[in-house]
Design a protein around this ligand. Structure first.
Ligand SMILES: Nc1ncnc2c1ncn2[C@@H]1O[C@H](COP(=O)(O)OP(=O)(O)O)[C@@H](O)[C@H]1O
Ligand SMILES: [Mg+2]
Length: 259
């Protein structure tokens, strides 16, 4: 299985997303006091931490849903996302998967992937100019292979198991070749078998052209997939490094793992 090459190739190891001096508050409550965070191309980066640590808030800031009080958020080393609205941020290369799958149940798996191309907030005409039928079919085939649903391509999405729907939704995001792919608790509600299959899938998502950010409570899952983890506590990054080292870290154990 070959990784799909974008027109513009980011340098592996370069910063896909760079957050500096981020401060987010809701009224008087400071959810994130001062956050610095980097996710790099070619890596799967896990973000863990107890409930209320600020994980979802961080994702909301990156996608433009929540506007911070202070700080910068840069995509690809240059584009400042804070000046952009949600659709423009998505178009710039930020894909986010929510917990609840939102596939079109009446359409086939293949049609769901095709439609994902057109959901880009860019005109369909521009899309048609840029994509020949052959390229479109080839791209859908690649993504079907990547998400492990080639055999289900012509089934309607409605008959898929919960886990398969989640994989299809990841595929819909992949169609748009995101530079940053963010998954919020991708194995919540999955069977053990689906969780292990999802771990395989997420490991295969590692590509020089993208950074993958996974928010997750399931420690064993994070350990299987992540090259690097950041542990958040009350909006502060208290650890960054390998998951196996996080498990040994006294502060991490105190606030999270040891509970
Ligand atoms: N829209 C909001 N209004 C007020 N408080 C919020 C809002 N969103 C999040 N918070 C608070 O910010 C903190 C961080 O929340 P969140 O980012 O959802 O944590 P996590 O995803 O790590 O569980 C929590 O204390 C939460 O109650
Ligand atoms: Mg959350």
């Amino acid at each position: 299985m070959t990784a799909v090459t974008d027109q513009k190739n980011p340098t592996p190891g370069a910063q896909a997303i760079q957050i500096d001096g981020l401060r987010v508050s809701f009224g008087d409550f400071v959810a994130i006091p001062h956050l610095t965070f980097i996710a790099r191309y070619g890596e799967v980066h896990g973000v863990i931490g107890p409930n209320g640590a600020g994980k979802t808030t961080m994702m909301d800031v990156i996608t433009g849903k929540t506007k911070p009080k202070k700080g910068t958020v840069r995509l690809d080393g240059s584009i400042d996302l804070l000046g952009l609205d949600e659709p423009t941020i998505a178009l710039a290369g930020v894909g986010r998967k929510f917990q609840k799958p939102s596939v079109f149940e009446a359409l086939s798996v293949r049609e769901n992937l095709e439609i994902a191309l057109r959901l880009k907030p860019r005109s369909i005409l521009a899309e048609l100019r840029n994509w020949s039928d052959r390229r479109r079919v080839a791209r859908v085939g690649e993504v079907l292979n990547e998400i492990g649903l080639s055999a289900q391509a012509d089934l309607s999405a409605g008959v898929l198991a919960h886990g398969q729907k989640q994989w299809l939704e990841i595929g819909m995001l992949l169609m748009q070749r995101p530079k940053l792919l963010m998954l919020d608790e991708p194995v919540a509600g999955m069977t053990d078998e689906e969780t292990s299959h999802t771990a395989d899938l997420v490991r295969r998502l590692r590509s020089p052209e993208r950074a993958v950010l996974v928010i997750e409570h399931d420690m064993a899952f994070v350990e299987e997939i992540a090259d690097r983890v950041t542990v958040l506590h009350e909006g502060n990054p208290i650890f960054e490094g390998r998951m196996e080292d996080a498990r040994q870290d006294a502060q991490v154990r105190a606030v999270y793992l040891g509970r």
